[in-house]
Ligand binder design. Structure first.
Ligand code: EZ4
Ligand code: CO
Length: 404
């Protein structure tokens, strides 16, 4: 029986910070897992290096479910983003190994493909409406068929989703402490409906449009926004309320038919149990990298299917190419796939991670290379050392810390 011979944790700053787990078996098969937790990267690296790697060496790489249970139930202190990101990385690396041993792309082990490709949506943004319209047009020219739209709120110095100076948006900033921004919910609520109505008017009724409120509203504020956006016909309105308060969505749901999405910061099936069982959203966004890997996300998506909820897969740049590949293999196979978020990675990230997945005609496809179809180029990765980076912190005008 082959055994896991080594478990290495590789930290790079190639494009942005990424943590990658590399497992090697006694018969020379290598599997990769994404262990990146944006802004808290080294906590997961330590969790893996100090507490998980020593337990993996000598184990049978084929026993994926047992290893998952061993790391989850066996830890006693369970759940939470650090633990679940670490378990995700192990799980994905083991699925990579199993599929490489089989000589098959991972999606074949998950039941085979259920669709031609995974419809992706792009992020368009602008500091004003003309710049936003240009950004949408640019993304349509690149082939995207669904667009998330975010625009700078007048009077708010930094708006989530809008890059300063038209560069691709990356929320984490290098430095020893987070950047602090001022947030004004009133200004946002006065601006967002008009902005989204203007986009719909400009681009016509057929273009699928999405918008992310990024967890900043109270239930009544969210309900009123969702109601005012009904004529826009969004594909979804994302993250209206802070997600840990699952029942906050009840008021939004009962007040409006605007489709809702939530879940990118949730870490387990229990974190989204109420949201799913009460059908409080249309799309669930928990990710392969932060919610227990292929093994656990598959279970979450099976529960979601029972309630008519579809997968709205998280795909920001802090999901590494390893994590994105894992997401795409699952997205291609499950019956209730909805849509895949796609923010292209920086050139330095592309240099460090060669991947078989492709983007064509608005769809991502995981490709047909064995396993995940991703190879890590250690030399290219090492050219860019890790440097601490943080997501911003929001404060209200009076200095009160608010959700970012
Ligand atoms: O802010 O992944 O919908 N996408 C998002 C992302 C998140 C980042 C945080 O690490 O909300 O851009
Ligand atoms: Co989001």
């Amino acid at each position: 029986m082959p055994a896991i011979e080594s478990a290495e944790v590789l930290v790079t700053g190639a494009g942005r910070n990424f943590v990658t787990l590399r497992l090697r078996t006694s018969d020379g098969v290598v599997g990769l897992g994404d262990a990146t937790l944006n802004g808290r990267e080294l906590a997961v690296a330590s969790y893996l290096r100090d507490h998980v790697a020593p337990l993996l060496v000598g184990r049978d790489p084929a026993r994926i479910e047992d290893t998952w249970q061993y790391l989850y139930r066996g830890a006693y202190w369970r759940r939470g983003p650090v633990t679940m990101t670490a378990i995700s990385a192990v799980d994905v690396a083991l699925w990579d190994i199993k599929a490489r041993v089989a000589g098959l792309p991972l999606y074949q082990l998950l039941g085979g493909s259920s669709r031609l490709g995974c419809r992706a949506y792009a992020h368009a943004s602008g500091r004003d409406l003309p710049e936003l319209f240009d950004s949408i047009r640019r993304h349509l020219e690149l082939g995207y068929r669904a667009i998330r739209v975010q625009a700078a709120v007048p009077g708010v110095e930094a708006t989530y989703g809008v890059a300063p100076g038209g560069a691709p948006y990356e929320p984490a900033t290098r430095g020893t402490a987070p950047v602090e921004s001022r947030w004004d919910t009133g200004a946002y609520l006065r601006f967002a409906p008009a902005m989204l109505h203007a986009v719909r008017e400009e681009f016509g009724p057929a273009l699928p449009l999405l918008h992310d409120a990024h967890h900043r509203l109270s239930p009544s504020e969210a309900a009123s926004l969702a109601r005012s956006l009904e004529p826009v016909g969004l594909l979804w309105l994302e993250d209206v309320t802070p997600v840990e308060d699952q029942t906050a969505l009840r008021l939004v749901r009962s007040s409006s038919t605007t489709p809702l999405a939530i879940g990118e910061t949730l870490n387990s099936i229990w974190d989204c149990q109420v949201i799913l069982a009460e059908r409080l959203v249309d799309y669930i966004r928990v990710s392969v990298t932060h919610a227990g890997g292929i093994t656990h996300l598959r279970r979450i998506m099976a529960l979601a299917e029972l309630y008519g909820v579809r997968a709205g897969m998280h795909g920001a740049t802090d999901i590494s190419p390893v994590g994105l590949a894992a997401t795409l293999h699952l997205a291609l196979a499950i019956p209730n796939f909805g849509i895949q978020e796609h923010m292209p990675h920086a050139p330095a990230t592309e240099d460090a991670f060669a991947h078989a997945y492709t983007f064509e005609n608005g769809d991502l496809h995981p490709g047909d290379a064995p396993g995940l179809g991703v190879e890590l180029d250690e030399v290219a990765a090492a050219r860019h050392p890790y440097a601490a980076a943080y997501l911003p912190v929001n404060r209200l005008a009076d200095g009160t810390v608010h959700d970012w």
